[in-house]
Design a protein around this ligand. Structure first.
Ligand code: DX5
Ligand code: ZN
Length: 219
């Protein structure tokens, strides 16, 4: 399993000061998690490709783009071509996931597959060779600040076993309700990339919050 990585979600940051908010975690975090929502796949609207293109010019950290959109097959490769370090599409939304994941990789980004809390991971086992990261949602997607869903923990364990069984180097990301209270449970279950929005940007010192989360995940 890879060393724990922390990916602060700017969904909980001040959208009018995004470059500063990204700079605030640049010395402490591994990635910046960017939640793209289209008000169709999820009931919320955030930002899209133009904002990501601008952020890329101002971020010292690679962008971890999480596409919660209805048509990822059309859009995901463009995020990779723009320079995102990682692009995650949702299994529930993609109509041609293998083609899209391959296009993301071909454009030089890490390819991620996202799975909602109620979506089983087993049907995607054969796709593990096509991805660099599996994202398991630990809240229903759409909003920051929700309560961590413990019901997903057994799926994290099963996913880790699947990855290990195939001897693949696929990162296992958890997203939603990850905090000082829940990160150890996620790490123990087998997650190694931790998205945290409110736990980082709701803190007085976001960089310190990232360092604390990392220390807890390393225990
Ligand atoms: C929710 C997003 C998350 C969100 C997490 O749909 O995918 O990335 O920002 O926020 P917290 O950490 O506050 O649950
Ligand atoms: Zn996210």
């Amino acid at each position: 399993m890879a060393a724990p990585q922390i990916s602060p979600s700017i969904l909980s940051a001040d959208f009018a000061r995004l470059a500063d908010e990204v700079a605030a975690v640049s010395g402490a975090a591994d990635w910046v998690h960017v939640d793209v929502m289209d008000n169709h796949f999820v009931p919320n609207l955030t930002l899209g490709l133009p904002v990501v293109q601008s952020l890329l010019k101002h971020s010292a950290l690679p962008l971890d783009c999480h596409l919660m959109i209805e048509d990822p097959d059309r859009w995901a490769p463009q995020y990779a071509e723009a320079g995102a370090g990682s692009v995650t599409i949702h299994a529930e939304a993609a109509k041609a996931p293998i083609r899209t994941l391959r296009a993301i990789r071909a454009a030089g980004a890490r390819a991620g597959l996202g799975i909602n809390p109620a979506t089983p991971v087993e049907p995607y086992e054969d796709l593990l060779g096509e991805i660099d990261m599996l994202l398991l949602m630990t809240v229903e997607p759409g909003f920051g600040g929700q309560k961590f869903l413990d019901v997903v923990l057994p799926k994290i364990r099963r996913a880790r076993r699947m990855i290990k069984g195939r001897e693949l180097n696929v990162w296992l990301q958890v997203d939603g309700g990850v905090s000082a209270e829940t990160i150890e449970r996620c790490a123990e279950a087998g997650a190694d990339v931790f998205v945290a929005g409110s736990a980082v940007y709701g803190a007085d010192d976001p960089a310190e919050a990232v360092r604390r989360l990392r220390a807890q995940a390393e225990r």
